[in-house]
Structure formats: C-alpha cells, structure tokens
Ligand binder design. Structure first.
Ligand SMILES: [Fe+2]
Ligand SMILES: [Fe+2]
Length: 369
C-alpha cells in the first residue's frame, strides 16, 4: 500500500508521489494498514433485500448537520468532568486507605476528571474514524447492491461523527489524546482481515455495539447540553449501523457450514474479551505522574464501579445481536458456552438492533414533536 497523503498544512511542492511520504509525518499523524480484501463490483442491481432497502430509506431521511448543534454554548470543562464517569472512580480511589492515589488533593482530582473526560472523548473520535474507514471498505467489498447503498450512507454518518467529536475536543476541551493501544489494535485486526463479513462482524456488531454502549453511558451521566445533544444524534445513527450489520450477516451466516461459523464465533468471542479488558485510561494516570499499572490493578481489585456499569451496557448491546445472528447457538453452541463463561449470557434476551433503531431515531422524533 502506498500513502500519498501528508498532514494538513504540510507542503509537498513539486516532489514525486513517493517522496511525499515523509517518514516523520507517517509516524506522527498517519497510520498505514495493509489490506487483504477483494474489491467487488456487481452487475446485479435488483433491490432484493427489503430490510436493507428500508434501512437505506431511513438513513436518507435521518441525516442531520453537525453545524446545527448549539456550538455557541460555553463548556465549563471542570463542570463537564464532574458529571462524567471519572467522578465514580474518584470515589473509589480517593477514599480507600490502600489506594495508590491516596495522597492526591482536591486540585489533583479536578485535573484528573477533566483529563479522563478528554481521554474518553478522544477514543470516541478515533473509533469514529475507524468506522469511517471500515464502511468505506464495506462499500467496496460487500457483494450486494443494497448493502453498498446502505454502507455509503454510513460513510457520510461516520464522517459527520468524526467531524463533531473532533470539533468538540478542539473547541471545548483543547485537544485530543492519541488512540489507545487496545482500540487501535482491534481496528487494525478488523481492517486487515481479508474476509468481507469480518469487517462487518468486527465493526458493525462489536465496535458499533461498544459505541452505542459508551455513548449511552456518557449521555446518561452528562449534564452538559451541547455534548448531550451531540451524543443523542450520534447514537441515533449508531443504532442503524448495528442493524445494518445484523441484517446483512444474518443472511450470510444462515448459509455457512460448521467450520466457517466456528471461525466467526471465535472472532466474536475474542473481540468480546478484548472489549471486556476495556480502554482503561492508564494513559491519563501516566500523564498525571501516577503509576498506571498500580492504579488499574487497585481498581480491578476494588470493583471499579465505572467498569461494572459500562460492561453491563456494552454486553447488553452485543450479546442480543450475536443471538439474532444465530451465532450463539450455531454449530454445537460454542459461543453460548463461552459467553456463559464470561458471565455475560444473561444479556441474550435484551433488545437487538433491528428492533431498536427506529426507537432511537432522533431526527424522526424531533419532527414528530
Ligand atoms: Fe459513528
Ligand atoms: Fe457507526
């Protein structure tokens, strides 16, 4: 793969395309991933997948413009952080005699909460770019015209999501953290895999499920009106995106043999384990001069309240969709056994994305009110 892009504002003059790849810039702001996917064009234009046709129509009428959000609201970073998830961590870390951060004073905790909020929103931003890249890829790799149409609407959605999170971080919080290693590794794995349905399974079911849960968690806690509105609109798109994954993969997985199904079950399981290990924010503690390993193992040992609630929300999004896809019980029920082992099978009868996306449609509900 050859990259011919440089960072914004980096002048290339009249150098050749190869010379345009400046190694320092590539290290700093660009990240190359090798592709192993076949690009498919199809000459079958028949609109035969009615559920996808309906979803595509919904996507066309549910577009919104990020510029219309109330950007003139002034955001008080400290107030914003106080209503964020970091406040719960503060309770555990500040009040315990064995806490590695017991010496931190009020001012330290204030800075921590602001940084934690910034870190989390930064991972949302990078994950959104991952979704943008993956859905661009899906328009090329999916064999079905109805799926290409739908994926194209999702590319626009994800561009808008990257735009609004980047703008929020830049204008209201003064910049972003780099991508977390766990998230970056998961995105690389999804993009690198040459099987077109794995891009779907990884991005549309697992990462989009994570997004719905994480945005829902922040939306629930946050009192900041601009962020709350931004998240509500983004979530309304994300619910449609997970439905796209479920509707597409169900058809494919119904026709796969046992060995192929088992590979998909293993992929879903490994992604779930990775998500369960979470994006814990060790970077924030490191930036503030604490030992991230000591803090995270203390939090693990003391039932980090953040993670317990978040994991419940996460798996309540992922497990019902795996069930709807038939992945839980296909073959010899291997995935059901694994999810039982992880303690997350209890979520299997939660609402799946196909039933949920219309309920979360923010544009339609604004129009109706
Ligand atoms: Fe998104
Ligand atoms: Fe999405």
């Amino acid at each position: 793969m050859s990259a011919t892009t440089t960072s914004p504002g980096h002048h290339t003059g009249d150098r050749t395309a190869d010379a345009m790849i400046d190694a320092a810039v590539l290290d700093e702001v660009l990240h190359a991933i090798d592709l192993h996917s076949d690009v498919l064009m199809t000459w079958d234009y028949e609109r035969s997948r009615h559920a996808l046709v309906k979803l595509y129509e919904k996507a066309k009428t549910s577009q919104w413009n990020g510029n219309d959000l109330p950007w003139d609201i002034e955001v008080d970073a400290e107030k914003l952080a106080a209503s964020g998830s970091a406040a719960q961590r503060f309770g555990v870390l500040s009040g315990h005699p064995d806490s590695p951060l017991r010496s931190w004073g009020a001012a330290d905790w204030q800075v921590f909460q602001v940084e934690q909020q910034k870190f989390t929103l930064s991972q949302f931003l990078h994950g959104e770019q991952g979704a943008l890249v993956c859905t661009g890829l899906i328009t090329s790799t999916t064999p079905w015209i109805d799926a290409k149409y739908y994926a194209a609407t999702q590319v626009m959605d994800e561009a808008r999501h990257v735009e609004v999170f980047a703008r929020y971080l830049d204008e209201k919080l003064d910049g972003a953290y780099p991508i977390n290693d766990n998230l970056g590794g998961l995105l690389d794995t999804i993009v690198e895999d040459g099987r077109w349905d794995i891009t779907y399974l990884g991005m549309q079911i697992m990462v989009e499920g994570l997004a719905l849960a994480a945005f829902g968690f922040m939306h629930m806690l946050s009192q900041e009106p601009l962020l709350k509105q931004l998240l509500r609109y983004v979530m309304s798109d994300e619910a449609r995106h997970v439905a796209f994954g479920v509707l597409s993969l169900k058809e494919l997985y119904d026709g796969l043999g046992a060995a192929e199904i088992r590979e998909r079950q293993e992929f879903a399981y490994e992604a779930a384990v990775r998500l369960k290990r979470r994006f814990s924010g060790g970077e924030v503690f490191a930036r503030l001069g604490a030992d991230p390993k000591a803090v995270l193992s203390f939090l693990d040992a003391n039932q980090d309240p953040n993670q317990l609630v978040f994991q419940q929300m996460l798996f309540s999004k992922i497990v019902p969709n795996c069930k709807k896809l038939g992945l839980l019980d296909a073959g010899d029920g291997w995935l059901r056994e694994q999810f039982t082992g992880l303690g997350i099978i209890e979520f299997e009868d939660g609402i799946n994305a196909v039933d949920e996306y219309e309920l979360l449609d923010a544009v339609a509900s604004d129009e109706a009110s």
